[in-house]
Design a protein around this ligand. Structure first.
Ligand SMILES: NC(=O)c1ccc[n+]([C@@H]2O[C@H](COP(=O)([O-])OP(=O)(O)OC[C@H]3O[C@@H](n4cnc5c(N)ncnc54)[C@H](OP(=O)(O)O)[C@@H]3O)[C@@H](O)[C@H]2O)c1
Length: 286
């Protein structure tokens, strides 16, 4: 199985390359501004670059993890959000069709408004920020072809790039107090586990929408406390706050947790809960 991984220089992409090498799949890395040795440069907003990369890689599957992921910046740079997340995905989907590859598009819990989580795949989408709207448009371009798949993930964490978990660990290790919201709930996703699930979606030729996040819902504050516990750090440095105090540019869904039962059944694998994911990360970080 040959897989082209877009966004291979990102948090999830790095885990996908590693999981592919462990599983024996051939992975071709595509990056944009952070070169990877042996990888292909491809700006998804440039259709010709996408076509050229597809021609060179000739993959059976594309796992499309590249995105403009800064949720607040998407509110300010709306055109870029559309160009990368929506139009870029259309370019990838079109190239897949032309080259006979199947597409697994990595999407987000932010396609939901968070009023009524946790959500299953059948629940209606209703994004409340530009990032969510642009990612949902990407889903629609993907699902224009019935044998493609959408894999929604939620609050990714892992070892290779800064993320919420590494921020909590770094802050507590340096005795820096942090404020964490107790009114936002989600299902955090350990990238190693998610990467294996995405590769398995390819192996099994799954089509349609799947939620492949972690399997446990909790508040950001509870998540931060679990991080402190697993990494033996001082929980007392974590202060509770609420979303309205943060004055973030983009509105956040309050509970966009994802139900993973459909994915677990289809994949024949159990997705990690919070403690399992954090323990795997702790082992990986040594
Ligand atoms: N992080 C989360 O908590 C989270 C939550 C829900 C869903 N997701 C989704 O999960 C996927 C992976 O997220 P991540 O956190 O791993 O992302 P990330 O670490 O922010 O990395 C983004 C990747 O996208 C690439 N990229 C950005 N603009 C591009 C462009 N114009 N053309 C081609 N590549 C471009 C970047 O390449 P360069 O660095 O080389 O420029 C980088 O490899 C994304 O689809 C995201 O929407 C993430």
């Amino acid at each position: 199985m040959k897989v082209l991984v877009t966004g291979a220089s990102g948090l999830l992409g790095t885990a996908l390359l590693r999981a592919a090498s462990q599983s024996g799949a051939i992975a071709v890395a595509a990056y944009n501004s952070h070169p990877l040795s042996g990888g292909l440069q491809m700006d998804v907003t440039e259709q010709a670059q996408v076509q050229a990369a597809m021609q060179r890689a000739a993959p059976d599957y594309v796992i499309h993890a590249a995105a403009f992921t800064d949720v607040d910046a998407c509110e300010i740079e709306q055109q870029r959000a559309w160009d990368v997340n929506a139009l870029g995905t259309k370019h990838v989907a079109d190239a897949c069709e032309e080259h006979g590859a199947k597409l697994v598009y990595v999407s987000t819990d932010y396609v939901f408004d968070g009023e009524d989580g946790p959500y299953s795949e059948e629940d209606p989408t209703h994004p409340i920020n530009v990032y969510g709207e642009s990612k949902l448009a990407g889903e629609r371009f993907t699902l224009d072809r019935s044998d493609n798949a959408v894999a929604r993930v939620c609050v990714l964490y892992g070892p290779n790039k800064p993320n919420f978990v590494t921020w909590v660990i770094d802050s507590l290790r340096t005795n820096t107090p942090i404020n964490v919201v107790s009114d936002q709930y989600n299902t955090p996703t350990y990238v190693g586990n998610c990467a294996r699930a995405l590769l398995r979606m390819c192996e099994l030729d799954l089509a349609g929408v799947y939620h492949v996040s972690g399997r446990e819902q909790l508040s950001r504050y509870a998540f931060a406390c679990a991080i402190a516990d697993v990494f033996a750090l001082n929980e007392k440095l974590i202060n509770v706050t609420t979303t309205d105090t943060l004055r973030q540019q983009a509105r956040r869904p309050m509970n966009a947790s994802l139900r993973v039962a459909k994915a677990e059944r289809a994949l024949g694998m159990r997705l990690a809960n919070v403690r399992e994911g954090l323990t795997l990360l702790r082992d990986e970080l040594g």
